[in-house]
Design a protein around this ligand. Structure first.
Ligand code: 5GP
Ligand code: MN
Length: 339
């Protein structure tokens, strides 16, 4: 980790502080895993801590240790505003610009607290006082493990904190299938097992807890809504609000659907478009050196990583899909020569 930043942060945390941990909108396993691991650690260190997320997280993450202590800005706005106002330190985990806080952006931006970023997305915005940003890593959860260790507190990582870190690593790597070509990820994972986690149990919590509606929505998406454009090595799925309502959509139900497009041989770019209230959510995935981060930024004002990116579109579902399909010819060569 960046040494100078770290020394300053350790000094800052050398006395008990009022701390708010924040994660991005539509929080995923890494956002919640890194946030809860940090929550467990800072609380053990004697700080006064709150973990705040802008809007609710999917149910398959609710088993996690400390989860009941999370505050949702959408639902507990006054409590959150009060905590942000009093905060001396704000941790910003798993996002690289305050814009990713959605409805909670303004109060955090206006706060005088020292803002500490721990993240693995490219090009962090100048929104933070301290930046611990490493792109070549599996997840922010792995960086939280590094952070705690660099603070000299590796032994404070107990089974509960370890379970949160593990959940973040498996969800951000598709259970060790991408963003995980690093020896260190496995050394850390081994240490998490040494701390007593039950990896099989965690997998069942995260992956074997679909509702019937979620499983049927997945089947329907692949069977009825998948469009394969072989010429452009691209596959996409689009789901209207009616589609989602038909399967009693709950937060998190469309997570992972985008990955199935990529499982087709020869497909290097996969997209999922879902129509929510007022916005179209875009999820992009790719293989090898084809960057969906570039596409998310250039066409949809979003971002992410080389192989996984996302964005929101405020135009209609049809228009959004049209923009996506119309840009494909410009990328035909790149999409044909992915390695
Ligand atoms: P997902 O498709 O799973 O929602 O997101 C994939 C990746 O892209 C995640 O790492 C996430 O942090 C990033 N991402 C998703 N949505 C957005 C967005 O609206 N803006 C930016 N900058 N990044 C996003
Ligand atoms: Mn992440």
């Amino acid at each position: 980790m960046q040494k100078e930043e770290l020394t300053n942060i350790i000094n800052l945390l050398s006395t008990p502080r009022k701390i708010v941990i924040t994660a991005h909108t539509n929080p995923d396993g890494d956002a919640i895993g890194s946030g809860l691991a940090m929550y467990g650690y800072l609380q053990k260190k004697g700080h006064d801590v709150m973990f705040m997320i802008p809007d609710p997280d999917p149910e398959f993450l609710h088993w996690m240790p400390f989860h009941s202590l999370i505050m949702v800005y959408r639902d507990q706005q006054e409590l959150c505003l009060e905590a942000i106002k009093k905060a001396e330190v704000i941790f910003c985990l798993d996002y690289n610009s305050l814009g990713r806080l959605g409805r909670a952006e303004e109060p955090v931006r206006n706060s005088n607290a020292a803002k500490i970023l721990i993240d693995h997305h490219r090009d962090p915005a100048p929104d933070f006082d301290y930046i611990l940003s490493i792109i070549e890593t599996s997840s922010t959860s792995e960086l939280v493990y590094d952070f705690i260790s660099a603070c000299g507190d590796a032994e404070m990582i107990d089974q509960d904190i370890a379970a949160c870190i593990y959940a973040g690593i498996i969800t951000d790597t598709g259970s060790f299938s991408y963003s995980c070509n690093y020896e260190k990820t496995y050394l850390i994972t081994a240490d998490l097992y040494r701390k007593g986690i039950d990896g099989e149990h965690i997998h069942r919590h995260v992956y074997d807890t679909y509702s019937e509606g979620r499983l049927r929505l997945l089947g329907y998406s692949i069977s009825e809504k998948l469009v394969v454009l072989k010429e452009y090595h691209t596959a996409y799925i689009y789901l209207s609000k009616e589609d989602l309502d038909r399967f009693n959509y709950q937060v998190g139900d469309t997570e992972d659907i985008v990955n199935y497009g990529l499982s087709v041989a020869g497909i290097n770019l996969a997209a999922l478009f879902t129509e929510r209230d007022g916005v179209v959510r875009i999820s992009l995935r790719s293989k090898g050196n084809f960057s969906v981060n570039d596409i998310a930024r250039k066409y949809f004002n979003g971002g992410g990583h080389v192989n996984a990116a996302g964005a929101n579109s405020t135009i209609s579902l049809e228009e959004t899909v049209r923009i996506f399909v119309e840009m494909l010819p410009d990328y035909k060569e790149k999409l044909t020569s992915v390695y």
